[in-house]
Design a protein around this ligand. Structure first.
Ligand code: SAM
Length: 282
């Protein structure tokens, strides 16, 4: 393979399909066939993908629990001029998947890291949700325990951008119940389940109706899903950028109640509104 740096190898970050194998790109196949070794989140899983495309190449395992130990070894191979591909079980590595430590380490050493783009569940889900995509916030996995989940939901209650979460469909009823409780039943949500697979389903409704729909159809609680929550409506708030920046400065020095009280007095705005806003900074 040809590299920009002549003697050093390149680390290729290769996206793989999130369900439908036909979504693999020609570049991904070329790179996976030609690199010296493929670092895999799960070698057995990736070997099935490789064999579907008649690729027999060397693999090594690189997952959340050994990434720090393996990064030096991988970097040493790149320094010897070997080319390496990093793949995860599905979709784009590093997106709620291993690879961040390795990529950072290699970039710090000045090694070439190059993306081979392809499927990503979050982006695929956004592309079909019909929610605003001009700005969005990727929030990764929602906590599995209700208390922690409600904490995350309260912290994003005032977020006006579309929010994208990964979650397990078997928890969908619990999650949507918490959304109704924390954000209200009127908030629009979209569930994108089993994308690119046989039972692909994209369903949008407000949170209360979504709960009823999920409760009536156990099939919706299977497989994999992306959950998207529409942003909070933008209010004509008197909380200007100046109020916010003062509040942020005060919050660095003072407990939230005190900081919000002082900012409310200076700018003659509602203290509760400021307090709710301060929770979204956490
Ligand atoms: N790196 C992957 C990516 O680029 O999308 C994500 C890996 S993360 C460990 C796996 C989560 O992605 C699943 O729990 C689910 O929330 C989401 N996901 C993956 N494949 C999906 C699919 N086909 N349909 C819906 N969601 C999917």
């Amino acid at each position: 393979m040809t590299d920009k740096a002549e003697t050093l190898g390149t680390l290729y970050i290769v996206a793989t399909p999130i369900g439908n194998l036909a979504d693999i790109s020609q570049r991904a196949l070329d790179v996976l066939s030609k690199v010296d070794v493929i670092a895999c989140e799960d070698t057995r899983h990736t070997k099935k993908l490789l064999s579907a495309f008649s690729i027999s190449n060397k693999t090594l395992s690189l997952h959340d629990h050994n990434e720090r130990q393996k990064q030096e070894y991988v970097a040493s191979l790149l320094q010897e001029g070997k080319n390496i591909a990093l793949v995860s079980d599905a979709g784009t590595p590093l997106i709620s998947d291993p690879g961040f430590h390795l990529v950072r380490y290699c970039r710090e050493l000045g090694l070439q890291v190059s993306p081979i783009p392809g499927a990503c569940a979050a982006i695929s889900a956004l592309s079909v949700a019909g929610l605003p995509t001009d700005r969005f916030s990727f929030e990764g996995f929602l906590p599995s325990k209700s208390g922690a989940r409600k904490g995350v939901l309260s912290s994003i209650a005032h977020e006006t951008r579309t929010m994208v979460f990964y979650d397990a469909p078997r928890r969908a009823i619990d999650t949507v119940t918490d959304i109704v409780e924390v954000l209200g039943g009127e908030r629009d949500i979209v569930i994108a389940r089993e994308l690119t697979k046989t039972f692909e389903t994209i369903y949008s409704d407000n949170a209360q109706n979504m709960l009823d729909w999920l409760s009536k159809d156990p099939n919706q609680l299977k497989g994999e899903m992306v959950l998207m929550i529409s942003g909070a409506p933008k209010k004509d708030s008197v909380i200007t950028a100046e109020v916010e920046s003062t509040l942020k400065l005060l919050l660095k020095e003072l407990p939230p109640k005190k900081a919000c009280g002082i900012a409310a007095e200076i700018y003659q705005v509602n203290k509760k509104e400021l307090y709710d806003l301060s929770l979204s900074y956490k």
